[in-house]
Structures are given as structure tokens and as C-alpha cells.
Design a protein around this ligand. Sequence first.
Ligand SMILES: [Cu+2]
Length: 190
Amino acid sequence: MLIGLFYLRKLNANLLFTKRTNATKAILNYVFLVNYLEAIIMLRTKLGAAVLLSVISTGAFAGQCDVAIEATASMAFSLKEIAVSKTCKEVSLTFKNVGTMAKAMMGHNVVISKKSTMQAVLTDGSAAGLAKNYVKDNDDRVIAHTVVLGGGETTNIKFKVSNLDAKEAYVFYCSFPGHAGVMNGVFKLL
Ligand SMILES: [Cu+2]
């Protein structure tokens, strides 16, 4: 396009004080057309890049609604922070236990609650036992939780965040007894 513009300017300068013949008019029209088409192509490319960038940033930062997290074989979560957009209609969280041990021995889940209620949720969850996935029945302090998974298992939960407060401190953790001390992270609303 720049080359085209250069020629257009040059032609214009040359023809400024001369009479434009039909032939030079045709050349000017052609150069103008080429420039015009190139401008459209560049605009489309830029628009495409902008759309692509916004998709990438949506996935990585602001608008994320799909979360994938793993429990590693060394009793840790693959993420220290889960950040989702408050505008998500629902959050889809996929959790995989990549370990190999049975769930009664080294099971893991993901529980989300306010930071301030974490300890109480854990105490009641421990009392509830593995059959209840270490979460008390109808615990309204729990925003969402998965079942306890044994090694190699995967699960998915969907939950709403529209009723949560972005200024509140939320956390996620594994409520298998003794795990939350190392298996925990921040659940953030953007
Ligand atoms: Cu665990």
C-alpha cells in the first residue's frame, strides 16, 4: 500500500501543472483502486487480529468462564489462583486427579467458599466423611464443590457466580482431611 501511495503522490505531483490525458487518468484510477483494495485488506487483517487478540485475552484473563484444574500426584493443585469473570452465566470447572492412589487413601476434591468460612467448612466436611465427599449436606457456606476423585478420575461442575461479591475474599481447597493446608488457592472474580 505504501508503494502504491508513493506512486500516487508522484503521479499527482507530476500532473499537478499538466493537463491530464485520458491515459494518465486511467493510471490514476488504477493506482487509486489498488490502494483502496489494499486498504480494505489491511483493515480486514487488523480487524481479524483485534478479534483474535480479544479472544485470547478473554480466555487467559478477563472473561474466563471455563476452568481446568488438576490435583497432582504430589498432593498439590495445578493452580494457585482461579480467576473468573463475574459476567459468566456459569462457570464450568473441570477437575482431574492425575495421581494414581485410590480416593479413600489420597482422594481430592475442589471446594469453593469464602475464606472466612473455610475452616468451619473443613471441620464439618471432615465429620461428614468420604461418603459425603467431605462436605456437609446442604452446606450453604459452600459455593460449589466437586466429588472426591481417586487417581486418574475427572469430573466437571457448573455453578453461578453472579451472586458473588467481587470484593469478598474467596478460596478453593481440597476438603479431604489434612489436605487443605497445602491444597488451597485464591478464587478471584474479575
Ligand atoms: Cu486432596
